[in-house]
Design a protein. Structure first.
Length: 211
């Protein structure tokens, strides 16, 4: 029986747990569109906001335990990012593999092309222990023939006391030119993850844990 009953993830102050298809996002979209007269830039802004709606729809469809995001207009331009936490259980007698993960989270299909920059690593999450991480530029389909690229980071955290249950912290952003900065931010956010007991006490990091 796992001692972990809850989890905690610190998100930046500019991020909110909100419906990215709601009124707040619409206001930011209007501000972003008003900031430029370039038709190409306006089209890119609209694409980014369509991505936001698709990401949150997918989060709800695949049972995200937490969904958060930001759409912030800076003097340098618009920054968008999304964060989700999913529960994944591997079938009895099987290990958690990328195909299993993809099927449960819906992050790819059987015919999806593997990202050319996909990297699979083992990382040390301060309050959890060792975890597997998958990064890459994935294509999210807005329609059957329109896809957009997202920088993604999936960190697979084993639930203490279980060999089949995992929580996956998924972070994504369409701001491709900011790849290094985005991944540094995603790593910092994931690093705040903690498993908690039912009483709210932190579960100690597991030595040698991982996938």
């Amino acid at each position: 029986m796992s001692t972990a009953q809850r989890f905690l993830l610190d998100i930046p102050d500019q991020w909110d747990q909100f419906d990215l298809g709601g009124e707040e996002l619409a206001q930011v979209r209007a501000q972003a569109l008003a900031s430029t007269d370039d038709p190409r830039a306006k089209a890119e802004i609209n694409d980014m906001f369509r991505q936001g709606r698709e990401v949150t729809r997918a989060a709800r469809r695949y049972g995200a335990l937490l969904a958060s995001g930001t759409a912030t207009l800076y003097p340098e331009g618009l920054f968008m990012a999304y964060g989700m936490v999913f529960a994944v259980t591997t079938p009895a007698g099987h290990e958690l593999t990328l195909p299993v993960l993809s099927a449960q989270l819906g992050i790819s299909s059987a015919t999806a092309e593997v990202p050319k920059d996909r990297v699979i690593t083992s990382v040390q999450v301060p309050h959890v222990g060792h975890a597997a991480r998958v990064t890459g530029t994935e294509v999210t389909r807005l329609t059957a023939d329109i896809g957009v690229k997202l920088l993604t980071m999936h960190t697979i955290l084993p639930v203490p006391g279980s060999t089949q249950d995992f929580l996956v912290v998924t972070l994504a952003s369409p701001n491709l030119p900011l790849k290094n900065e985005v991944y540094d931010l995603f790593d910092a956010i994931t690093g705040t993850f903690r498993f908690l007991t039912a009483e709210g006490e932190q579960v100690p990091a597991q030595a040698g844990s991982g996938t």
